[in-house]
Design a protein around this ligand. Structure first.
Ligand SMILES: Cc1cc2nc3c(=O)[nH]c(=O)nc-3n(C[C@H](O)[C@H](O)[C@H](O)COP(=O)(O)OP(=O)(O)OC[C@H]3O[C@@H](n4cnc5c(N)ncnc54)[C@H](O)[C@@H]3O)c2cc1C
Length: 436
């Protein structure tokens, strides 16, 4: 028996067995055999959730053989993918059909099933998270049935399973609404934090994609604004040497050293952050969308992220800033602020409201608990909803009020998995016991 660990080294488990079914029939047989033996089963993606949402002491299901495109229709933009397909494999696969993902988060090692199951999102007030791009699903259920669902076919299953936390069944296919391939013109530059906080909603209303990073203990923010351009727009990518310098040496290499130094001598962190602010200097470039949306993350960290109403963003950020000023912690990792349009995905953090996201990070060798707990209190007071794949301390009782469709989600789960075949400790915490 081998120990499984997630990317952030914040969750681990020892599965009784790891199974990688080779096709749908094999998957169904695995589910049925597991149920017969009274064990639990949990699909895992790329292990990029910070919570223990993917952990199991039962059967760990790896969908490594479920990778690639099933069908793609260039005209409608609808693309059906096998659930274990990694986001990083999508640009060439979709590009061959003249298509691309409408929006993406910061990184791309995740599987498509894992990404939608926790509500992975990018930024932009005209765009939903990835679960909002889902138009259909094929899902293997606890009783061994495999069903197709969409907004018009078995819609309850669809609404629950497109952001299903792995609690509804095992996704086999995911049909996504893609868009014609496009380029992004990126502008990145440091600005005064106060001005960025006050003007963020206004900028977000006008930009296609905007986000900012604030290094604590400094008064500057690095603002990233991406403008969508047609797929045949002339490209001006970051030259290879500059990408190596910015992404590999400065952002990842120097950052790894500064995080490690800051851990041993926390007093140097404010100075390091001021230097980091200067190192990540202005740049402008145009590239294929996926190459702009994602960048490498080689320094391990832990993260907590909450969605709040966009309107309360300035007050909430100022409260967090005061907290940091008061407590005297030394935090080497930046806060990240993003946004999304309201959507109708039952357990989406942006369900029914235009949302701002605030994410806090901590180097993985440092304790995050005190910092995250204190920031979490502010985010909860602001009506925040935690990202399902990132660290938080909320539990089932908190979500009844936070999500209007939470009760319906639980009913679908109880009807489809009455014996709790797919459950684990994390789901027991955030969803409660299966039969209620
Ligand atoms: C460095 C880093 C950067 C990140 N950046 C972002 C970001 O920009 N935006 C954002 O929103 N999030 C971000 N995340 C969080 C990440 O996108 C999510 O946690 C995502 O769920 C990870 O996908 P995964 O494939 O690793 O899934 P895992 O973490 O392995 O699993 C997540 C959930 O999906 C379920 N699952 C997996 N496969 C299936 C299946 N076939 N059927 C049913 N359920 C399934 C699992 O059971 C589990 O419940 C980041 C995480 C890291 C580590």
């Amino acid at each position: 028996m081998t120990t499984w660990r997630n990317w952030g080294r914040s969750a681990s488990c020892v599965p009784a067995e790891v199974v990688a079914p080779v096709d749908e029939a094999d998957l169904v047989e695995t589910i049925q055999t597991t149920a017969k033996h009274g064990q639990s089963i949990r699909p895992v993606g790329a292990g990029h959730s910070f919570t223990s949402i993917a952990a199991t002491d039962g059967i760990q299901l790896r969908l490594d053989h479920f990778s690639g495109i099933v069908t793609a229709d260039r005209r409608s933009g609808l693309v059906t993918l096998l659930a274990g397909t990694r986001l990083r494999d999508l640009p060439p696969l979709l590009g061959a059909h003249g298509l691309a993902m409408e929006n993406l988060g910061d990184v791309d090692p995740q599987t498509i099933a894992g990404a939608i199951s926790t509500g992975t999102h990018g930024t932009g007030l005209r765009f939903t998270g990835i679960a909002g791009q889902v138009r259909g699903l094929r899902i293997a259920l606890a009783d061994g049935r495999v069903v197709d669902c969409s907004a018009t076919e078995r819609s309850d299953i669809f609404h629950a399973a497109r952001l299903g936390l792995g609690a509804i069944g095992v996704l086999v296919h995911v049909t996504l609404q893609c868009v014609p391939a496009f380029a992004l013109a990126a502008q990145e530059h440091p600005e005064s934090l106060e001005e960025v906080i006050d003007g963020f909603a206004e900028r977000a209303a006008h930009a296609d994609h905007v986000e900012f990073y604030w290094f604590p203990h400094t008064d500057r923010a690095l603002v990233k604004t991406n403008t969508r351009l047609p797929g045949d727009a002339p490209l001006a990518p970051v030259p290879k040497w500059r990408r190596l310098l910015d992404d590999e040496i400065l952002t990842n290499g120097v950052f790894a050293v500064t995080c490690a130094t800051g851990r041993v001598v926390p007093a140097v962190i404010p100075s390091i952050n001021r230097i980091a602010n200067r190192l990540v200097s202005s740049r402008a470039y145009t590239d294929h969308s996926a190459d702009v949306f994602v960048s490498p993350r080689r320094v391990r960290f832990r993260e907590m992220e909450y969605a709040i109403d966009l309107d309360v963003l300035p007050d909430t950020l100022r409260a967090i800033k005061s907290l940091l000023d008061d407590r005297g912690w030394r935090i080497s990792f930046p806060l990240e602020v993003r946004c999304a349009v309201a959507d109708d995905v039952w357990l989406s953090t942006a369900y029914g409201r235009t949302s701002a996201y605030i994410a806090v990070h901590r180097y993985y060798r440092e304790s995050f608990r005190e910092y995250f707990d204190a920031v979490e209190q502010i985010l909860v007071a602001a009506g925040g909803r935690p990202h399902w794949g990132k660290l938080h301390t909320r539990s089932a009782a908190d979500f009844e009020a936070a999500y209007p469709k939470y009760g319906e989600f639980l009913r679908v789960r109880a009807a489809l998995d009455p014996g709790g075949l797919f459950t684990n400790d994390y789901l027991r915490r955030v969803l409660g016991p299966v039969s209620r």
